[in-house]
Design a protein around this ligand. Sequence first.
Ligand SMILES: *Cc1c(COP(=O)(O)O)cnc(C)c1O
Length: 329
Amino acid sequence: MRRAMAEAEVGDDVFGDDPTVNALQERIAGLLGFESALFVSSGTQSNLSALLTHCGRGDEYIAGQMAHMYRWEGGGAAVLGGIQPQPLPHRADGTLDPLDIAAAVKPDDPHFARTRLLCLENTIGGRAVSTDYLKTATRIARDHGLATHLDGARLFNAAVAAGGDPYEQARLIAGHFDSVSVCFSKGLGAPVGSALLGSREFVAEARRWRKVLGGGMRQAGVLAAAALHALDHHVTRLADDHEHAALFAEGLKDVEGLTMEPSGTNMVFARSAPGLATDEVRDRLARRGLLCAGYPGQLRFVFHLDVTRADTERAVRIVRETLAETATD
Ligand SMILES: *Cc1c(COP(=O)(O)O)cnc(C)c1O
C-alpha cells in the first residue's frame, strides 16, 4: 500500500483532475452500482455531506439511537445544517422496527420538521443485517416519500459475512439505497478515506458540500491509491478478521466474569459480570499490550488486518491472565 501511494499519479482534485482519485471514484461507483462517487476524507464527512445533500434546514432524518450518524458524529447535521435527527430504539439485532419507522414520519404540518431521510447502518454493532430487513425498511421509507442512505462504513464486512463473492454481495446491499457511504480506513486498512455514492446529480451537490466542509483535497491521489489497493487486496481477507473474532470469542466463552457476544463479523463484545469494573480491566489489558474499547459494563474487541491468528491466541491468554489476576486481587 505504501508503494502504491508513493507511485500514484496525482493532479489537483479540487479541479477534478487527479487521475488516481478519478479512477477510485469510477471503480467504487461501478463496483457498487451507482452513477457516481465522491472521495472524501472520512466517514463522518461522507455521512454529513449526504445529510446536507438530502436534507435542508428544518428537515429531519430517521436513524437508530446507536447509529454512528446520530450518536457519534458530534451532532454535525444540527450544528451545520439545521437538520434534526429522529432517533429510534434498536431491536436486539441492531435493526429498527419498520412500524417505528413508519410511525416516526411526521405529517405535513407546520408544527413538525419535514421527515426526509431514513439512515440505516450495516454492519451495525458488528452485525450484518438481513436482506429482507433492508428491503422492508427501505420500501417503507419510499412509501412515505423518504430518501434512503446507508452508512456502510463497514459495508464490506457485511458483504463478506453474507458469503459468496463479497463484491457482488456489497453491490446487492448497496442497491437498496439512494446513497451509500463506505470507508476504506479501519478494516480495509487505508490510512484515511471514504466514498459517498449516489446519482450523478446527488454527487454533484455533495461535492459542493464537501468543499464547504473543508474537504476539498488537492493531490489526493496518494490517498486514493491506498483506497484502490485496499479494494483490490483487503476485501476478501476480511474473512480472516471474522474468523479471528470467532476464535477469540470461542476461546473465552467459559471465562468467568465476562460473557462473550460475538457479532458474526470482526467485533466481539464482552459483557462484564456485576462488580467487574470494565475500565480497570481495560487498563490492565492495555498494560499487557491488548487494546480494546470499554463502555459501562462492556468491552469491545475489534479484529483487523494487523492482528494475526497468533496475536488472537495471545489475546485469549492475556484476557484469561488478566481476569484471573483481577479476581484474586
Ligand atoms: C467509523 C465509522 C464512521 C466514521 O468514520 P470516520 O472515518 O471515523 O469519520 C461512520 N460510521 C460508522 C458505522 C463507523 O464505524
